[in-house]
Design a protein around this ligand. Structure first.
Ligand SMILES: [Zn+2]
Length: 643
């Protein structure tokens, strides 16, 4: 299912890129129709991030990132293409239509975006209401006390939007009904549950943490039991699965942490809401927690997007556990998953079995930071915590340790890592490397035969089929490396670039006949030629002058193969030198005619040598006439340029 093409185009056209970008970057005018500011995607002191509002494009001349308003939202908020379009549509108050791959109207989860907006709005109102109750309601003293005894004052509660659900069972319902939410919406939101005598508040007499999505919208709540007479025994209660809340896809704290995660390349996964709070307050602003479920493959996908995808070296995902046993079990469980993540995975366990929240209370902020710094690589942790179960001071203990740890090493799917961990294991055991290596190989053989019951039948070394997952609906295809525009002071290279900038940005000021007559080889730089090809494929000046500037660039970008479309963006956003329309017209005419003249000059050179080669042969008069025609054309061009 995907968003209808026309709707994507409408969202792109109607969204004001200077406003959307302006929410993240302070922009100031930079020449005609252009604005600039400090790039949000790389560190810089002088602005090289340019936006051209009337064509809806942006480009950074420092880090070479660029695109349209949708790609900006994707990048800045770490959203998928579809999510970014939905977010912009919501901003415009526009309802999107969806279709299946055959172009037929589709129904389903994404069908009802209007409902999504209503449910998000209900949660926004509920969060505000609950937060007010934490301060105002008499019963809430128990909740405030709970926070205080864990080291969280009013300011901390405020920062995370913590709230209190009154015990009556219909306080929130009344509040939401008064705001004109329908019974269906209340039920669909998960904020209300269905009883025998109608709806009632799902959360009653509990302390509430709002759970936000990546974009910062509240989509659910986590609720902690406070009162002994609470009829629900569970210590924690979460929003049930709804159309906007999927527990396998939410990470508590991710809205606060995403910028720092992207900046530092590190992410810390803790176990509870209070641990996330403790970490952020202790200056570990990259902490998140899953909500009532284990860390799974959907979470991995989100984390990879936040960390900036594959290929970035030195990224770390640190899992904290409040005890060796819990940590060991979790580490071993990671072996059963696809291990894609494993090179970046670390485990941190507090020495005295405390979680980050308890650690902060007992020993202060520094202790939380030290816990994270004490992390160990996942494999090392799994092997060492296995060894911790035996007494290595005795020969029997060491043999037992080898028997237990060798299968752990054998389960490392990346076979190139096994010899190194076999060496490490030998060191920890105080045994010969050869003996340990033999034990690991033997354990691997048992495993391959399915002897340990864990073999998944997948050949070693083959990657998970999910890696080959194609792009999701509406997501752009993965792109090959982007060609670079040369930054040369060579006058020909510069003129070509300037002419392309004019053809893209001010087609109405360019001499149309001469521009459309430029042949395929008029541009000598391959990257320039690729852009020119896209301009020609988009219909050339005839089309350029018939549609809006934005539509023209969309057409050219649409006719450019993946990486070339980035070049189009860059050229479309480059500042033009002239300040007035009149001066710009002279400049645009000048550079385009100059490119035509350069092409003619090259052609004349070739014709000249051809004429000389042919001497007085049969073809000579024909070649001579062609030479004369080219020279006449060049003279005419020169006269126009000098006029
Ligand atoms: Zn940049």
């Amino acid at each position: 299912m995907r968003i209808r093409r026309e709707d994507v185009d409408t969202v792109r056209e109607r969204s004001r890129i200077d406003e959307v970008v302006g929410e993240h970057v302070a922009l100031r005018p930079a020449g005609v129709g252009s604005m600039k500011g400090l790039c949000p995607f790389h560190d810089e002191r002088t602005p090289s991030f340019h936006v051209r509002p009337h064509v809806g494009l942006w480009h950074c001349f420092g880090c070479q990132e660029g695109g349209d308003v949708i790609s900006f939202v994707q990048k800045i908020d770490h959203l998928s293409f579809v999510e970014a379009v939905e977010r912009l549509a919501a901003r415009l108050g526009m309802e999107l239509r969806y279709e299946d791959d055959g172009g037929r109207p589709a129904t389903g989860r994404r069908d009802n975006v209007g409902q999504r907006q209503r449910l998000v709005e209900a949660h926004r109102v509920a969060q505000q209401y609950y937060a007010e109750q934490l301060v105002a309601a008499g019963d809430a003293a128990t909740g405030r006390q709970f926070l205080l005894t864990r080291g969280f004052d009013g300011e901390a509660a405020n920062m995370f939007g913590v709230g209190f659900a009154p015990r009556t069972g219909e306080a929130l319902l009344r509040h939401l009904r008064a705001k004109a939410f329908t019974e269906e919406e209340l039920l669909a939101s998960g904020l209300a549950a269905q009883g025998r005598r109608g709806l009632y508040d799902r959360f009653r007499g509990r302390l509430l943490w709002p759970i936000r999505d990546l974009a910062g919208d509240v989509v659910g709540f986590g609720a902690r039991r406070l009162f002994d007479d609470d009829s629900i025994e569970a210590k924690y209660l979460n929003t049930p699965e709804t159309s906007i809340y999927k527990k396998s896809q939410v990470l508590y704290g991710v809205d606060l942490a995403k910028r720092e995660i992207a900046r530092t390349g590190r992410l810390v996964v803790v176990e509870g809401y209070t641990d996330v709070m403790a970490c952020h307050l202790a200056d570990v602003p990259v902490a998140v927690a899953t909500c009532g479920t284990a860390f799974g493959t959907d979470h991995i996908r989100i984390v990879r997007r936040l960390l900036g995808d594959e290929g970035r070296l030195g990224t770390e995902v640190v899992f904290t556990f409040d005890g060796d046993e819990a940590g060991r079990k979790a580490a071993l469980r990671a072996f059963d998953e696809d291990q894609r993540f494993v090179a970046q995975t670390f485990i941190a366990v507090a020495a005295d079995g405390m979680d980050p929240c308890e650690l902060r209370q007992a020993h202060g902020d520094e202790a939380v930071k030290e816990l994270i710094e004490s992390r160990q690589p996942l494999f090392e942790f799994a092997i060492r915590s296995t060894l911790a179960q035996v007494n290595l001071d005795t020969a029997e203990g060491r043999v037992q340790g080898l028997r237990m740890a060798a299968p752990v090493v054998a389960r490392i799917r990346d076979t190139s890592l096994r010899p190194e961990y076999a060496r490490q294991l030998a060191k920890w055991l105080g045994m010969e490397v050869e003996a340990v290596t033999r034990a690991v190989i033997a354990a691997g053989r048992v495993r391959a035969q399915g002897g340990d019951g864990r073999s998944d039948g997948r050949p070693e070394g083959r990657s998970d089929p999910r890696d080959q997952r194609g792009p999701g609906p509406g997501e752009p295809q993965a792109q090959p490396a982007r060609p670079r525009l040369p930054r040369s002071s060579d006058p020909v290279v510069r003129t070509e670039r300037e002419a392309l900038e004019c053809l893209l940005q001010v087609p109405r000021l360019v001499p149309a006949a001469e521009a459309d007559a430029l042949p395929g080889d008029a541009f000598t730089v391959p990257a320039h030629r690729a852009v020119h090809d896209a301009i020609r494929a988009a219909g050339g000046l005839a089309v350029a002058t018939a549609v809006t500037p934005q539509a023209w660039l969309e057409k050219v970008r649409g006719n450019a193969p993946g990486p070339v479309s980035d070049l189009v963006t860059e050229l479309a956003v480059s500042p033009l030198p002239a300040q007035s329309d009149e001066a710009l017209g002279r400049y645009a005419t000048g550079v385009v005619l100059h490119v035509a003249e350069l092409e003619l000059t090259r052609r004349i050179g070739e014709l000249n040598s051809r004429v000389q080669r042919l001497g007085s042969g049969d073809d000579a008069p024909e070649a001579f006439r062609a030479l004369m025609a080219a020279e006449a054309a060049r003279r005419a061009l020169q006269e126009r340029r000098n006029a």
